[in-house]
Write a protein that binds this ligand. Sequence first.
Ligand code: ADP
Ligand code: MG
Length: 458
Amino acid sequence: MGTPFDAAGHARSVWNEIVEYIRNMHSPLVRQWFTELEPNELSSGVLTVRCSTSIQQQYLAIRCREVFNDAAQAVTGKLVSVNFICTSGANGNRVPNIYNDVILSPDYVFENFVVGSTNQLAYATCRAVIESPGRNYNPLFIHGSPGLGKTHLLQATCQEMLNRRPETRIVYVSCDNFINHFMTCVQAGGSLDQFRNIYRNAVDVLIIDDIHFLAGRNRTQDEFFHTFNALFQQGKQIILSSDSPPLEIPQIEERLVSRFGNGMVASVGKPCYETRFAIILKKAALRGINLPANVSELIATRFENNIRELEGAITKIQAYAMLNGGKYDLETANLALGDILGPSDRIVTIQQIIEAVTHFYSVKVSDLQGKRRPKSISMPRQICMYLARKRTRHSLQEIGGYFGGRDHTTVMHAIKTIEDYRKNDPSIARVLDQIEASLDNQAARNAVSNTPRNFSQA
Ligand code: ADP
Ligand code: MG
């Protein structure tokens, strides 16, 4: 029998080995905050680990249980399991959970949310709702395409409300589960009172994610309408998210559309280059990895539409880096992302971009590469830089060098300018579509002639 100190020391060393094992075998799962977890003891085949919040505890116990148990068995060679507990008094003890479907992620907090021009309003209104729930923005309706941060904002709002006022009764459900819960109660017969008690009486804040799934669900829509009214009349806060604005959700009753639009409607849009770059840094830091700037640039340039894709790219690179002795360099990143880019890779040379742009705008190559900057040239030049970043593997520095020795901030500015034009000016969007279509043809030809995809292309 060892002393208590030995026991604690033993638990810690086993725990460290487990985390190291997971870092090697399942690197994308590892988070910086794992280091805050406290292994307590290892006895009777159970390693008890203390979490500082119940949200961490629930997340680990439900989302990561198997991985931790497998790791515990691998490193001890025995039938050891890991039990996560939480006993702290102060912070975030109440996990809002009625239907037991939404597992809050410790990642989805405001600290980890990068604010940019396209999500600024949604972010600010969430903050305002936390300050005075049920007052100013009721309902709060957040909409945007998938992968742009709606769930992250909803969960962050929920977690922050619980931090501020742990007694708040929050019901946070996905729309699917709201529907299922309702249908189950209907089918069971007679248990609607219980359902209504949960959603209308025992609640201070109702959060429903992906409310557009109510489309075509007439009976649930009717129930939700009454739920909404009951809560609204009591001054309870309602927060909803949807992949389209109220008016564009198909097959939804008009009276609901008008309720949705009555409070605050805020959108989340595609983030610009700088925001994407900042998000990549944030995500990498959360995972405890250090991505060199050129790798972050590569990801930020390649994935424009969906933040989930940015994360997917980091995960891929992480997996390759683990195979590659933990090296996070451009070569690893290119290898990792190779198959995401599609068969012909859509990759072209800078030369081909310049040809396409000069052809379109009737400007001279020497002008594009020169120092002069009249408007007639600066726009095509900026388009070249934007396309070079999007369609070649060159770094910002290299591209700047190519176009008259400009520095990387100038290239970043060019990318942002053209991205903005592409979003806001349909005539320029059409020009870019045309140029890109001609580049697609080039890329297909490159693929056929088997041009090696590497840096020596330009
Ligand atoms: P949605 O619910 O709109 O489909 P999510 O909230 O699930 O999107 O976001 C997808 C991923 O992108 C999540 O991992 C989320 O953390 C991340 N994400 C989205 N927006 C941001 C942001 N502004 N800052 C940091 N991460 C973000
Ligand atoms: Mg979502």
